[in-house]
Design a protein around this ligand. Structure first.
Ligand code: NI
Length: 394
């Protein structure tokens, strides 16, 4: 087993390097599935530590440490950027115009590289095999699914991952059982009416009014059809109708998302969208075409036994941090796909700090992470390693 004190000392020495890595990857955010520079750099770093990393296809990296066979824990970090124009003014800001690491995945990479370095230095103490997965394409929810298709989980017994959040204070973390992040579904609606002159509405079926009615109509689905004890969200994020002020629109296009934690709830939301869209269209004498993308990923649900095992170790490893309780988030995370195959735990780690003015939310053009949060990310991963070793020893 590892001594938390010894690990803390190793991580302390690593701090400057963690910042260097984070800044290096922050400079080069890349599109999902096109993280070529990022992949190359991760391979370079791991090779320098004595690993034999394997490049995943088309992007991403995998590397193993510890015994060649036996109980295997996977540690996962996502590596893609977002199509956001960076406005942080940081000296290490993105050099890729229109792209930014606005979700902290640069910090996730740095953290897992830190883990790689610590584990390589202490490899003789490792009694489980650790598979490090630098996963591409989380933001467009394709990466985890693609890696599972390639069989990445076949030699893995359990998996751990984490996300940095700026709305959680630096030095806080959450490892909790049960639903943690939402299933996210997507819908596309086109309302068809009958266009015409703005001055002769009686000769038309106004698609703008119909679609607007639908948007208001669905506002009470969650409050009136879903149990108050359950969680759900319906958001219409985009609404396009019409071409000119004096023309009644014959077509309105809406796009939105439903979020939930349980399959039955997700099914209910889908059914409600169809039912109410049709009712609204019928009421106006129009039509509606619906396309529904169900389950781009399932909810993140933490397996209780594994959660408690890691939580216990984290208390010892993260003595300088504070464990907090965070209600489940209505954000999505494709880590959930791994959990459909193997037990998995996903933790939240705080990287926000008002002192540094770091208070912009994830995905904001001014989002930043307090780099002093990176050592804690390493410690959380190490807690999962220790927890796996504890399980094997029993
Ligand atoms: Ni993210």
């Amino acid at each position: 087993m590892f001594s938390p004190k010894e690990i803390a000392e190793e991580i302390k020495k690593l701090e400057p390097e963690l910042s260097v890595w984070r800044e290096m990857f922050h400079r080069i955010p890349e599109k999902s599935m096109e993280e070529f520079e990022t992949t190359e750099e991760i391979i370079r770093q791991l090779t320098g530590m004595g690993y034999e990393p394997v490049a995943l296809s088309p992007t991403g990296v995998c590397a193993c440490v510890g015994p060649e066979k036996g109980y295997t824990l996977a540690l996962r970090a996502d590596i893609d950027g977002l199509p956001v124009e960076e406005k942080t003014g940081l000296p290490f800001a993105s050099v890729h115009p229109g792209w930014m690491h606005a979700c902290g995945h640069d910090g996730h990479i740095a953290g897992l590289l830190g883990v790689a370095k610590v584990l390589k230095q202490m490899e003789e103490k490792l009694t489980v095999r650790v598979k490090l997965i630098f996963q591409p394409s989380e933001e467009n929810t394709c990466g985890a699914k693609m890696l599972l298709k390639q069989g990445i989980h076949k030699d893995v017994d359990e998996i751990f991952g984490l996300h940095l959040f700026s709305d959680m204070e630096r030095g806080t973390f959450s490892i909790e059982e049960g639903p943690r992040m939402a299933q996210t579904d997507r819908f596309f609606l086109t309302f068809y009416g009958k266009g015409g002159h703005a001055g002769k509405p009686h000769q038309c079926v106004d698609a703008t009014v119909m679609a607007a009615d639908f948007v208001m109509n669905i506002q009470n689905v969650v409050s009136r059809e879903i149990s108050p004890a359950d969680g759900a969200v319906i958001t219409v994020g985009s609404f396009h109708s019409g071409t000119q002020y004096n023309v009644i629109s014959g077509e309105a296009k809406l796009e939105g998302t439903c979020r939930s934690f349980r399959e039955e709830t997700a099914e209910h939301l889908k059914e409600a969208i169809y039912r109410r869209a049709k009712a609204v269209a019928d009421g106006y004498g129009g039509n509606v075409e619906i396309s529904y993308d169900f389950g781009s990923h399932p909810p993140v649900v933490n397996e209780p036994e594994m959660t408690h095992r890691i939580e216990k170790e984290a208390r010892a490893f993260c003595e300088d941090a504070r464990m907090v309780s965070v209600p489940p988030l209505m954000l999505g995370e494709d880590f959930s796909w791994y959990q459909t195959k193997i037990p998995g735990v996903f933790a939240f780690a705080g990287c926000g700090s008002d002192e540094n003015g770091v208070c912009y939310p994830n995905h904001h053009p001014k989002f930043d992470i307090a780099q002093s949060a990176l050592p804690m990310a390493v410690k959380l991963h190490m807690s999962a390693v220790q927890a796996a070793m504890r399980k094997v020893e029993q």
